[in-house]
Design a protein around this ligand. Structure first.
Ligand code: MN
Ligand code: MN
Length: 268
């Protein structure tokens, strides 16, 4: 159950209202990486979670995000308030001024309505935790950008608090994921196809106009990696020989022949 306590999680004080900044703040109110999205994502994941310990964590953090929503909303409202009565301020954002009376609404900084499509909820705990770690990283960087564009000390204080909490959540989600004891690349129950899983398809050739290299790194070299050069050209080669097969890739271990251009050519 929820209970509202008439006290903000972090006290908000601002100097001179900055309506344009208030508008940017809406990104963290009703935007894709904002507090409502975080609160809903974790809370709904929690409802789906059969693991009582991690469910407790999801509900704790989901609830804290609602408190963040309250802080951001309060902060944005303080900055947007002049839009209600000040014509010059109102012209900056007629939607907030005329439709919203200088108040916050569940929209992003461009006025797009909040949508549940922002949420990543799969019903698979480890997959959801990975989404949450990424969501916290995005929230952190959005707060950082807001801080860079903010000139008001009181506002920066509140944003620094909120930004810090996102890293706290990222640590908690990461620890929860690790505590499941699953292999890093084990997702779900069906194992990936051996050999194919270790093939890196080098789908770009040549050096770019600005010297962009055909790069090698731990993402395609060393360990189990097998570099497969230009698989598309290999497909064409085998196509011309009339031997092209639908496959799981250049390894060609598929079973079904494709009806290919080469076959129609061979009938000519
Ligand atoms: Mn938050
Ligand atoms: Mn968070």
């Amino acid at each position: 159950m929820y209970h509202h306590i008439k006290k903000l999680m972090y006290t908000v004080q601002i100097g001179t209202p900055d309506p344009k900044f208030g508008n940017m703040l809406l990104e963290q109110f009703g935007g894709a990486n904002g507090e409502l999205a975080a609160a809903m994502q974790y809370s709904i994941q929690g409802l789906n979670c059969d693991d009582p310990e991690r469910k407790d964590m999801l509900m704790d953090i989901g609830t804290e995000e609602l408190s963040h929503l309250e802080i951001v909303g309060t902060l944005a409202r303080m900055h947007l308030k002049p839009l209600k009565n000040n014509r010059t301020a109102a012209e900056m954002d007629p939607l907030i001024a005329i439709a919203g009376g200088g108040g916050v609404a569940l929209q992003n900084s461009m006025g797009d309505a909040w949508t549940a499509d922002y949420l990543k909820i799969t019903g698979e705990l480890d997959v959801d935790l990975r989404s949450n770690i990424a969501a916290e990283a995005r929230a952190k960087i959005v707060y950082e950008r807001l801080i860079h564009f903010c000139a008001d000390g009181g506002t920066i204080d509140a944003l620094q608090f909120l930004m810090t909490r996102e890293i706290t959540h990222m640590k908690a989600f990461t620890a929860a994921l690790e505590s499941l004891g699953k292999d890093r690349f084990s997702i779900g129950s069906i194992p990936p196809t051996p050999k194919l899983v270790n093939q890196y398809f080098d789908d770009s050739t040549g050096i770019g106009d600005r010297g962009e290299p055909n790069a090698r790194g731990p993402w395609n070299a060393g360990g189990d990696w097998e570099l497969v050069e230009a698989p598309a050209f290999k497909e064409v080669e085998s196509d011309e020989k009339g031997t092209r097969q639908a496959s799981n890739g250049p390894a060609g271990n598929g079973k079904h022949s494709l009806h290919t251009r080469s076959k129609s050519r061979s009938r000519e």
